[in-house]
Design a protein around this ligand. Structure first.
Ligand SMILES: [Zn+2]
Length: 175
């Protein structure tokens, strides 16, 4: 189960591909594709009262469940630049990333197009009072602040990495 499952022909020259563990090779043109995980960058956004900002997903997978603002890196993009861009796109906030919290592996269901393995990087991000209220946009239907001891239950959280990142965040000292 991975991003190259079902690849049978070279996307460059259309010759049949040879599948070997972890990659596909095209003997005709030399094309190689590696089955790497796709990286994402996400923000644990905190306000001055120690609350955490979560967004309700507006599309599949996990439509309607709570998620941390963030998303996939572009091909040539630094993870911290992706973090700032995704927060801007989903909340309207201009932020400066804080401390790195950790990374968790997960998968991302693409419906009929299979399943990606993902590597999900998380940073703390402080939002100050003067930045105004976040406004949901892009693929976020709703944004809400949650007290540290009143986060949504596991069944209302998207993905596997989000509850794990939230647990790691709760274990940090308020900041
Ligand atoms: Zn080829």
């Amino acid at each position: 189960m991975g991003r190259l499952d079902g690849w049978r022909f070279c996307p460059r020259c259309a010759a049949p591909l040879a599948a070997v563990p972890g990659r596909v090779d095209c003997a005709a043109c030399g094309f190689v594709a590696w089955a790497n995980a796709a990286p994402t960058a996400s923000a644990l956004l905190e306000d001055s009262r120690g609350r955490l900002l979560l967004g309700r997903r507006a599309r599949a997978p996990f439509l309607g469940l709570w998620d941390t603002p963030g998303g996939f890196l572009e091909e040539d993009e630094h993870p911290l630049a992706a973090l700032v861009r995704e927060v801007r796109e989903e909340t309207g906030l201009e932020v400066v990333p804080g401390a790195y919290v950790g990374c968790w592996l997960d998968t991302y269901d693409q419906g009929g197009a299979g399943r990606l393995h993902t590597i999900n990087l998380y940073w703390r991000v402080r939002v100050s009072e003067g930045q105004g209220d976040p406004v949901p946009a892009d693929d976020v239907a709703e944004l809400a602040w949650f007290q540290r001891d009143a986060l949504p239950p596991r069944r209302e959280l998207a993905f596997d990495c989000v509850p794990r990142a939230l647990e790691a965040w709760k274990a940090l000292s308020p900041g």
